[in-house]
Ligand binder design. Structure first.
Ligand code: SF4
Length: 377
């Protein structure tokens, strides 16, 4: 799962890992007294009376739950939030009902080895499709429901992803899903046909393309043949009339050929519903490869401006993610989006004097290297 917040508390009668939703009943009253109740789910019927509390375990009337939780954690919880509770007392907030940046994380495994991957490889990687299924079965339905599905590579176990789509179809068929996949497995037409069978109609396939040629793209993904597989994957999706977003993460290696890549995208994928040029999140693998991959956005601003303008002039919907407004040339600032999830977005002291901080994406709190040349606007 995408873990928004994690803390350690004192567990009482928690025999195994459980996923639970914040109950709306009496929430304001309970919060005032430093506690919240959790609604039971189908997988954990024994947790009907389950509590997260600020105070120590009540010796007289002990209720299963987590105790001695910091007050700010309790007060920040809302009805519909979903938490994962581990027997050792670890409490993870994995779904924020009020956020528009929720995502379910389905696997640690990936079939690529990108040089700027923001994730830290797990020593004991695991699949999390079952946890994701529990979360999807608990989410409150609402008209504008939207979330991401990410990994690792979510399509590594297509059958498991299909099960998640089945839950979505049953509970919220109109949901907007952003599926973050490298698209390589979609090179197989039969897999695509199977995966799409019960895939909600408003699923956007977000597929990265790092270069206009196989040599550079494959060097960035660390996977020989990935360029041709991703391209075939995109074409297969289009054969099924599924919307595709192309994502370009900008690193030192591709920064001088952004315009060439824009040309390649326009001539080969004019049907792409969106092209996103993305600044790096320098955590995980990227932080270890920093010397090799890092380039400040100011140092490729001209190439980025040419790429964005080229696509925009040809009516391709194009955006810039994860780059502060003041690192961009003025003529392309209107393409910048407030793209960094609230829980990992931060600002630097210079931003206090900026009139555009409400529109700016800010910085990844998780990055070890942040763009320099920051000047309040
Ligand atoms: S000064 Fe800060 S808030 Fe303003 S544009 Fe730059 S990074 Fe964004």
């Amino acid at each position: 799962m995408i873990i928004v917040k994690v803390i350690n508390a004192v567990p009482f009668k928690i025999g195994r890992t459980i996923i639970l939703k914040m109950s709306g009943d009496f929430l304001p009253v309970l919060k005032e007294h430093g506690a919240v109740a959790l609604a039971a789910d189908e997988q954990a019927p024994e947790s009907e009376a389950f509590v997260l509390a600020r105070f120590p375990v009540d010796e007289e009337e002990p209720i299963p739950g987590l105790y001695e939780i910091p007050e700010d954690f309790i007060s920040g919880l809302n009805a519909g939030d979903i938490v994962k509770i581990l027997p050792n007392g670890e409490l993870q907030l994995i779904w924020e009902s009020a956020s528009r940046h929720n995502a379910v994380f389905v696997t640690d495994y990936c079939n690529s080895d990108c040089i700027m991957c923001p994730q830290t490889p797990e020593t004991k990687p695991e699949h999390h499709y079952e946890t994701a299924k529990s979360v999807l079965s608990l989410i409150d339905e609402k008209p504008s429901l939207s979330f991401g599905i990410t990994g690792g590579e979510p399509l590594l176990l297509p059958e498991k992803l299909i099960e998640l789509f089945d839950v979505c179809q049953k509970r919220f068929p109109d949901v907007s899903i952003q599926l973050l996949t490298n698209g390589r497995i979609l090179a197989d037409f039969d897999v695509v046909a199977k995966v799409l069978k019960n895939c909600p109609a408003r699923t956007l396939f977000c597929i990265p393309l790092y270069a206009d040629n196989d040599v550079e793209h494959d060097a960035i993904t660390g996977a020989s043949g990935s360029f041709s597989q991703s391209i075939r994957g995109i074409h297969n999706l289009i054969r099924f009339k599924r919307p595709v977003e192309i994502r370009v993460v900008m690193v030192k290696q591709n920064s001088k050929r952004l315009k060439d890549l824009a040309h390649f995208i326009f001539w080969n994928f004019p049907f792409a519903v969106h092209v996103a040029f993305m600044g790096m999140e320098t955590s995980g693998v990227a932080s270890r490869n920093l010397e090799n991959v890092w380039i400040d956005p100011v140092d490729y601003a001209e190439e980025l401006a040419q790429a964005v303008t080229f696509l925009h002039q040809r009516l391709i919907n194009v955006s810039i993610f994860n780059i502060p407004l003041c690192s961009l040339p003025e003529n392309i600032r209107s393409f910048a989006r407030d793209s960094i999830s609230g829980w990992k977005k931060t600002f630097v002291p210079e931003c206090n004097d900026c009139t555009k901080s409400n529109e700016c994406c800010g910085f990844f709190a998780t990055s070890v290297k942040k763009p320099e040349h920051i000047k309040p606007l």
